[in-house]
Write a protein that binds this ligand. Structure first.
Ligand SMILES: NC(=O)c1ccc[n+]([C@@H]2O[C@H](COP(=O)([O-])OP(=O)(O)OC[C@H]3O[C@@H](n4cnc5c(N)ncnc54)[C@H](O)[C@@H]3O)[C@@H](O)[C@H]2O)c1
Length: 308
């Protein structure tokens, strides 16, 4: 089966491609190679996938790629993904995340694609102080990033309802692991500690994130692509929730540094206090459960950054 992967040179997309090549799928990667894209992430599978450097907003180019490659299914990861950047400038987020998703959906209609897997995010639900979000929880996105992801998510649903585009949606929680661009909390923290600097933590560090190891996430996405029900969405979470201050302390402990190497910085505007996913659906329907404990994944991630 030929799988076209958008954003396959990014953090999660590249893990999905590495796993897919090893499983024997024929993979076509389409990536604009923005600041966040890097083909080095695919060095392990070099020469074993097709690559197109292209912008998913470019309809003509996308149609030409679909016409030439005739993929059976699409896994759509490409996005502008960093909340802080969306607060600085929402424009590229509107373009890639909303318009780009629409272009991909139109190509799926035109070329009769068998399955379109859309990678959404837990952030579409907004924040929750107690309990967890299920797939039918209302959308309440709070950052320009999550608003564009919510718009894309709803557009995918609309294309399924209106045109019968066979789509399935995943909503993962915060990912971490090797190859993440060092602008997100965990790689930033590792880089700073390694340079003898303090870890910057927003406000008092009480915001909670549900941490999912990237290879667990990619494995779940392969499963949903193969067996998820069309027209459905699936939360992908680990159930392992930590306050940012505790994540920073765990990193300091693993790296053998004192726990006061933390500096509190001005809070992110509109900062969501807590994300939490109910994952009963993916467990019940597909038998999937995150396999990596946070402490174990964090050790592997730190080892990887120190080696690279
Ligand atoms: N990282 C997380 O914790 C997380 C959690 C939940 C959901 N997600 C979602 O998962 C997906 C992948 O996230 P990530 O962390 O790997 O992101 P990333 O920023 O590491 O990678 C994004 C990739 O998309 C490419 N890209 C950006 N704009 C493009 C365009 N216009 N055309 C073609 N390619 C383009 C970039 O070059 C890059 O390779 C995104 O849709 C994101 O919203 C991420």
């Amino acid at each position: 089966m030929k799988v076209l992967v958008t954003g396959g040179a990014g953090f999660i997309g590249s893990e999905f491609v590495r796993q897919g090549v090893k499983k024997g799928y024929r993979i076509v990667v389409v990536d604009k190679l923005t600041y966040a894209g890097d083909l080095k992430r695919l060095c392990e599978v070099r020469g074993r996938y097709m690559f197109y450097k292209a912008d998913i907003c470019d309809k003509k180019k996308m149609e030409a790629i679909f016409r030439k490659e005739r993929p059976a299914v699409i896994a759509h990861f490409a996005a502008e993904s960093h909340v802080d950047r969306s607060i600085e400038d929402a424009s590229p987020f509107m373009d890639t995340n909303v318009k780009g998703t629409q272009v991909m959906l139109d190509c799926c209609r035109k070329f009769g694609i068998k399955r379109f897997l859309h990678v959404s995010t837990d952030e579409v639900y907004g924040e929750i102080s107690r309990g967890s979000f299920t797939e039918s929880s209302a959308f309440n996105p709070n950052s320009p990033y999550s608003v564009t992801k919510a718009a894309a998510d709803m557009l995918v649903r609309a294309y399924w309802r209106t045109y019968g585009v066979p789509a399935v949606i995943v909503r993962p929680s915060n990912n971490y692991g090797p190859w993440q661009f060092p602008e997100k909390l965990i790689p930033v923290a590792i880089h700073r500690v390694r340079a003898g600097k303090k870890i910057p933590v927003y406000a008092r560090g009480h915001n909670v994130r549900e941490w999912l190891y990237v290879s667990d996430c990619a494995q779940a996405i392969w499963l949903v692509l193969a067996k998820g029900r069309i027209g459905e969405s699936y939360n992908i979470g680990s159930g392992q929730e930590y306050r940012n201050i505790d994540t920073a302390r765990m990193i300091l402990e693993i790296m053998g540094k004192p726990d006061n190497m933390i500096e509190f910085v001005k809070d992110r505007p509109g900062h969501d206090i807590r994300y939490s996913l109910n994952t009963a659906k993916i467990r019940r329907e597909l038998g999937w459960k995150a396999g990596t404990r946070f402490s174990e994944g964090l050790k592997k991630t730190i080892d990887w950054y120190l080696k690279h």
